[in-house]
Ligand binder design. Structure first.
Ligand code: 13P
Length: 287
């Protein structure tokens, strides 16, 4: 059964580790992530962007697939199904479809409008036991065609949003989605520290987990980050493994063209990436 991400992230914050949100794109992705979480006794959050939602034939299809896998694969670790960077409208679509968690990305609205919309979602999510993530300060890079630069959130605005009763907060601290450029200045721990001081026990979310060096990840966790989002890194691992299979001509040998064989190395590569992240984030054996 899907669970809200609230409790798992409160436990993570108190225990000084982070739970990974791994974005899904299809059946193979979802299966690989669920298997890895179960094998490592780790809680996990499956992230779905609006674009990936559309690709996978809509939120109801995804809920059916994930619930089916949890039952058929005997997944017993806590699993949350979470809308990533949702618009106000899509948060409601996911709530209706059976997601257990949503992120409302109101970071592009003026703070007053972000507050107003977040408040409504707080009430509606609480009534259904669904966890809610909100965002302050746009996170840089490109996601679903939207490009922003790595901003730092205003800690006072973070407090204002945190106090509305959300369950966890994403705040820009110089992080970017996708690969980090050569001249990236790194995370702003000063901003993160200021945010945590004002928001107290609120679990903080670090987006753009791909390519952040291990020492920065550990420091971010020590300053209150309890959820880390990883997407691009699984995509890179999947495509490199698939490329190797094709370039080695394996699809031309015997029944190597069987899609279950073609996709198998990519699935193993996703599993290895997810396991490595779970080790780094400290979520293994925390289910
Ligand atoms: P990356 O693609 O950089 O790992 O970021 C993922 C993310 O933050 C999803 O919200």
């Amino acid at each position: 059964m899907l669970v809200s991400a609230k409790e798992m992230l409160q436990k993570a914050k108190a225990g000084h580790y982070a739970v990974g949100q791994f974005n899904i794109n299809n059946l193979e992705w979802t299966k690989a992530i669920l298997q890895t979480a179960q094998e490592n006794n780790s809680p996990v959050i499956l992230g779905v962007s609006e674009g990936a939602g559309k690709y996978m034939c809509g939120y109801k299809t995804i809920v059916g697939m994930v619930n089916g896998m949890i039952e058929e694969m005997n997944i017993t670790v806590p699993v949350a199904l979470h809308l990533d960077h949702g618009s106000f409208e899509h948060c409601y679509k996911c709530i209706d479809a059976g997601f257990s968690s949503v992120m409302f990305d109101g970071s592009h609205y003026a703070i007053d409008e972000n507050v107003e919309k977040t408040k409504k979602l707080v009430a509606d999510c609480a009534a259904k036991g669904i966890s809610l993530e909100a965002e302050v300060g746009a996170i840089g890079g490109e996601e679903d065609g939207v490009i922003g630069k790595g901003e730092c959130a205003d800690p006072n605005e973070c407090k204002m949003i945190a106090d509305l009763g959300i369950d966890f907060l994403a705040a820009g601290i110089g992080n970017i989605h996708g690969k980090y450029p050569e001249n990236w200045e790194g995370l702003s721990f000063e901003t993160l520290d200021a945010i945590q001081q004002l928001t107290g026990d609120m679990p903080l979310v670090l987006h753009g987990g791909t390519g952040i060096p291990a020492d920065m990840i550990k420091k971010a966790i020590s300053l209150g980050v309890a959820k880390i989002n990883v997407n691009t890194e699984c995509q890179l691992a999947f495509s490199a493994a698939t490329r190797k299979y094709i370039e080695e001509g394996k699809d031309l040998q015997g029944k190597g063209f069987d899609p279950r064989k073609v996709l198998a190395p990519g699935v193993e590569a996703i599993k290895a990436t997810v396991k490595e992240k779970m080790e780094l984030f400290g979520s293994i054996n925390k289910a």
